[in-house]
Design a protein around this ligand. Structure first.
Ligand code: NAD
Ligand code: WQD
Length: 351
């Protein structure tokens, strides 16, 4: 059973390819390597014993995308991860974000339609909820005006999928991720932030490793128990498994509606200081951090109500914050160690 995973050499995509292959799916990846490396397929081989096929091209290229679907007409489902995801960058380069994230989506949906492929899983985000009025946030919470062009691409994408489902045989599942962190237990795949990380956990691990001098904690005057902002951190492997469940659900015709939306979170909110404490506890390393002003655009607190996904998908996030931190740290150490090894000509240059 062949599944197309767009963005499959990226952070969440690579972990999902592993879980798909573990369940016996054949995977073909399309990625333009704008934020990942071709070597990831070797790491996936190291974990699963199977090297997924990788085709390198940009999904905003309509001709290449349609040609790809013509050549792979036995694909049973598509998981669409490919997107640009840096919130701050999207404010500076809105057109690039709209073009990349929306054009690629439309091209993939067109390719699917022309080849009668109907099963589509989409990477959405809890960012569509903004600061919710009620916590925990369930799938029926209102969608707030997007805080950034990036967030808007997720809202627009959900609308596009909804309309396409109404008009064509397409079936869609949008998975709204909360805050994915951590890495595979083998430390062979993980997150590769380019340059200075925006996200909390890569910043923590890079600071502990000595690549960054100090972590800035953005604000301790929020209306939360310790004053720092609260998020629902979810282990990337738990997240990946939900994609396999979603694909199974579609292929086995278990969907209740032709477009379904699920929150992927643990249901537990942790503050920035709690995340730091967890990291310090499991690694035994003291983290150099200081409290600074709030970061523009940050919301105060959000965590998922995962009841609907737990019940409907029969899926539940299993790994706790400590385990997430251990795996993130193990990955940072392993990745840095490997980066110091002599590189071959084919390897690109990462930070
Ligand atoms: P990532 O950057 O590691 O992976 C995305 C992959 O898509 C990269 O390998 C990149 O090279 C590829 N890509 C981007 N544009 C492409 C294009 N036009 N053609 C072909 N390939 C392209 O990001 P990730 O963290 O794995 O995120 C995967 C998806 O999940 C994205 O859609 C992202 O918006 C969404 N998401 C991520 C988070 C998060 O915190 N990581 C949270 C919510 C949603
Ligand atoms: C987590 C918490 C920061 C860095 C972003 C996107 C969202 C989604 C996930 C894709 C916040 C604090 C962070 C630092 C800090 N992505 N922090 N110091 O902002 O919840 O979500 O990634 O859809 O759309 O906005 O994640 O990891 O950046 O921050 O104090 O150096 O850590 O203020 O409270 P965020 P994050």
């Amino acid at each position: 059973m062949k599944i197309l995973v767009t963005g499959g050499t990226g952070f969440i995509g690579s972990h999902t390819v592993v879980e798909l292959q573990n369940k016996g799916y054949e995977v073909v990846i399309v990625d333009n390597l704008s934020n990942s490396r071709a070597e990831t397929v070797n790491a996936i081989f190291g974990i699963t014993g199977v090297k997924p096929l990788l085709e390198i091209f940009d999904l905003t290229d309509r001709e290449k995308t349609l040609d790809f679907f013509m050549r792979h007409n036995n694909i049973r489902g598509v998981i669409h991860f490919a997107a640009l995801k840096a919130v701050g960058e999207s404010v500076e380069k809105p057109l690039e974000y709209y073009r990349n994230n929306i054009d690629s989506l439309i091209n993939v949906l067109d390719g699917m339609r022309e080849n009668n492929i109907s099963n589509f899983v989409f990477s959405s985000s809890c960012t569509v909820y903004g600061q919710p009025d009620e916590l925990p946030v369930s799938e029926s919470a209102p969608i707030k005006k997007a805080e950034s062009p990036y967030g808007n691409t997720k809202q627009i994408a959900e609308d596009i999928i909804f309309d396409a489902v109404e008009a064509t045989p397409l079936k869609g599942i949008a998975l709204r991720y909360f805050n994915p962190i951590g890495a595979h237990e083998t430390a062979l795949i993980g997150e590769l932030p380019l340059g200075i990380p925006n996200n909390l956990v890569p910043f923590i691990t890079q600071t502990a490793y000595g690549l960054r001098e100090q972590l800035s904690v953005f604000g301790d005057d929020y209306n939360t128990p310790d004053g720092t902002a609260i998020r629902d951190y979810i282990h990337v492997v738990d997240l990946a498994k939900a994609h396999v469940v979603s694909v199974n659900r579609m292929i086995k015709s278990k969907m209740k509606r032709d477009f379904e939306i699920f929150n992927l979170g643990t249901g537990n909110g942790y503050s920035v200081l709690e995340a730091i404490k967890s990291f310090e506890k499991v690694t035994g390393k003291k983290l150099n951090y200081k409290i600074v002003a709030r970061r523009d655009g940050d919301i105060e607190q959000v965590w998922a109500d995962p009841t609907f996904s737990n019940n409907e998908l029969g899926w539940k996030a299993e790994k706790g914050l400590d385990e997430m931190m251990v795996s993130a740290w193990k990955w940072e150490l392993a990745y840095r160690q490997r980066s110091q090894e002599p590189r071959t000509k084919s390897q690109d240059k990462r930070p």
